[in-house]
Structure formats: structure tokens, C-alpha cells
Design a protein around this ligand. Structure first.
Ligand code: KIV
Length: 327
């Protein structure tokens, strides 16, 4: 598989047809791929969408194959979230993931996505030390192919956002429940329930906008406060658990795909039950192997009959000459 970013009508770089492949995996009805025109979503387009009152759909992805599907589905943005720590690496919280791992996840996603805006989540520890270090890490994400970075926090990250934006890198803010630090302070998950909380969120949002953020994730913010913030800002709000009136939405792909049936989050809508689908498929495969039902002839490769005869003759001759030597 080549990873070229050629403009082409089908996603040939991802699914090349060779002698060993069957079916036409390239075919997709998605307009972005069949008409050969997959104009890259830009930060300006995301801003324009708000002016047109058009909702933006973001989803997380962490690897090549899933990012390919997300892009084909026509989402506006793919977030390589630090939720990777939990859904990809099995950690209990997001603080455990570092730059090295995030760059590997981003690499896979960037090699797949042609159209959607790609945002890298700056992991805990990658922007707290110094502005210079934060810019260095943001640049590493851009060099990996990402189009923007996301930073959690309110007024405390304003100078940082200014510096990263001044370095030419678009920044997405993230307020409300901030998974990197909220659990450490045992903060409530839902934000914007009281006057103080509402005013703080609104001030933070305004400051992030003034610092140059191009959009802000609102995580677990009451519908009312998310609505007020969305009305107040000229940049789009991207909600997760923050109601219908945000300018866009983001969900963790594993949640919307139903990869964890045991986790039930009220703000998630499950669009599939992939854990059951995958479980059934792997169980059936395992059973087929044990029952000798897989592989079948259609899954096997054969050599030419003449070549096979030559092999058998050679083996026979070898056996005979060994027997003669021994005998
Ligand atoms: O890491 C992540 O997936 C996120 C989203 C929940 C916004 O930050």
C-alpha cells in the first residue's frame, strides 16, 4: 500500500487491487471520492459554516483504517483525541498518553484523511512546561500532517494559545469538563449549573476566542450555557454532552460505534453495535478454523499442475537415489 496523497477519483492508495484481492473495495458512493473532488476542509470553512448556520460534524479517530472510513463518511473534522489513552491503550484516564504515542496515532490518521480537517489533541504535559515546548510539540503535530491542535483549559491557557496561533498553527480550545485535569481536582462532570460556573465558562470562551482559537469544544456544559456561549461567539462551539445548540458536535468514535457495550453515556447516541458484530465474527472465525471449515479452496492458492508434477518427480528421484545409496 502506498501512502501518496494524489488527487484521484477513488481511494486507490488505500485499497490497491492486486492478484491476491477480490471484489471492488474501491467502490464507494461517497461524492467526495467518486467525483475525484475532495476539497480539503479548512479552518476558514469551519468558521464560514457557523455564519451559514451549518452544523459541523467532528469525530475522533486514532488509526489509518478507521480514519479512512470517517473521511469517506464526509465528516468535517477528525480529532485525534487523547481519549486514545483510554480507548486505544486501555489506560484509566487521558493523562497517561504522551507525545510519542500521539504522533504515531496522528501519523496513521493523516495518511488516511484527505478531506476532513485533522486536529491533534495536545496530551497532558506537552504544553504545560513552557511556551517554547508547547510550540515545539504543536509543530511536531503539523509535521505529522495535522492541520490544527486542541488544548484543554480556560483563561490559564490564553497566553499559550496566542503564541501557538502566532506561530501559524490553528488552535481549538476545550472548556467545561476537561478530562486531563478535571478528574484530578474531582471537579463535577457537568459544568454550567450555577451562576458562577456559567459566568466563568462564558468568560473563558470569550478569552479563548480573543486569543485566536478557531473553535472551542464544550464538554459536559448545560444546554442553556452552551447556547449562550454559542450565541456570543463568532467562532464555532463544538459540543460533546452540551446539547443541540452548539455549532457542531464531536463524539468519540468508539462510543458512537458501540465498541464498549458496558459503558453507557447519556450524551452518546449509538449508531452501531460493533462490539457484538466483531465478537460474532471472531467467534465464528475461530469455530470455522477448529471445524476445518476455513480456509476453503476459494481462499487457497494453487501452483500450476506441470510445476507440481516436476516437484513430485524431483522428490521421487531424490528418494530413490537415497534408497539406492542406503541399499
Ligand atoms: O480526547 C477526546 O476524544 C476529546 C473529545 C472528547 C472532545 O477531547
Amino acid at each position: 500500500m502506498k501512502s501518496g496523497r494524489k488527487k484521484s477519483g477513488s481511494n486507490k492508495n488505500a485499497m490497491s487491487k492486486n492478484d491476491d484481492s477480490v471484489g471492488n473495495a474501491n467502490e464507494t458512493k461517497n461524492k467526495f471520492f467518486t467525483d475525484g473532488n475532495y476539497d480539503k476542509v479548512t479552518v476558514s470553512q469551519i468558521l464560514e459554516m457557523k455564519k451559514r448556520n451549518e452544523k459541523a460534524a467532528f469525530v475522533t479517530a486514532y488509526d489509518y483504517s478507521n480514519a479512512l472510513i470517517c473521511d469517506m463518511a464526509g465528516v468535517d473534522g477528525v480529532l485525534v483525541g487523547d481519549s486514545a489513552a483510554m480507548v486505544m491503550l486501555g489506560y484509566h484516564d487521558t493523562t497517561r498518553v504522551g507525545m510519542q504515542e500521539m504522533l504515531v496515532f496522528c501519523g496513521g490518521v493523516c495518511r488516511a484523511v484527505r478531506r476532513a480537517l485533522i486536529i491533534a489533541d495536545m496530551p497532558f504535559g506537552s504544553y504545560q512546561g513552557s511556551v517554547a515546548n508547547a510550540i515545539h510539540n504543536a509543530v511536531l503535530f503539523v509535521k505529522a500532517g495535522c492541520n490544527a491542535v486542541k488544548i484543554e483549559g480556560g483563561e490559564e491557557v490564553v497566553p499559550l494559545i496566542r503564541s501557538i496561533v502566532a506561530a501559524g498553527i490553528p488552535v481549538m480550545g476545550h472548556i467545561g469538563f476537561t478530562p486531563q485535569t478535571s478528574p484530578m481536582w474531582k471537579n463535577y462532570r457537568l459544568h454550567g449549573k450555577t451562576l458562577d460556573s456559567a459566568l466563568k465558562l462564558m468568560e473563558d470562551a470569550k478569552e479563548l476566542e480573543e486569543a485566536g482559537a478557531f473553535s472551542i469544544v464544550l464538554e459536559m456544559v448545560t444546554d442553556e450555557v452552551a447556547t449562550l456561549i454559542s450565541q456570543d461567539l463568532s467562532i464555532p462551539t463544538i459540543g460533546i454532552g452540551s446539547g443541540l445548540n452548539c455549532d457542531g458536535q464531536v463524539l468519540v468514535s468508539h462510543d458512537l460505534l458501540g465498541l464498549y457495550e458496558s459503558v453507557r453515556l447519556r450524551f452518546v447516541k449509538r449508531y452501531a453495535h460493533l462490539s457484538k458484530t466483531i465478537l460474532d465474527a471472531i467467534s465464528q472465525y475461530s469455530k470455522d478454523v477448529k471445524d476445518k471449515k476455513f480456509p476453503q479452496d476459494v481462499n487457497s492458492f494453487h501452483m500450476d499442475k506441470d510445476e507440481l508434477n516436476k516437484v513430485l518427480m524431483t522428490l521421487k528421484k531424490g528418494r530413490m537415489s537415497r534408497e539406492n545409496r542406503q541399499g
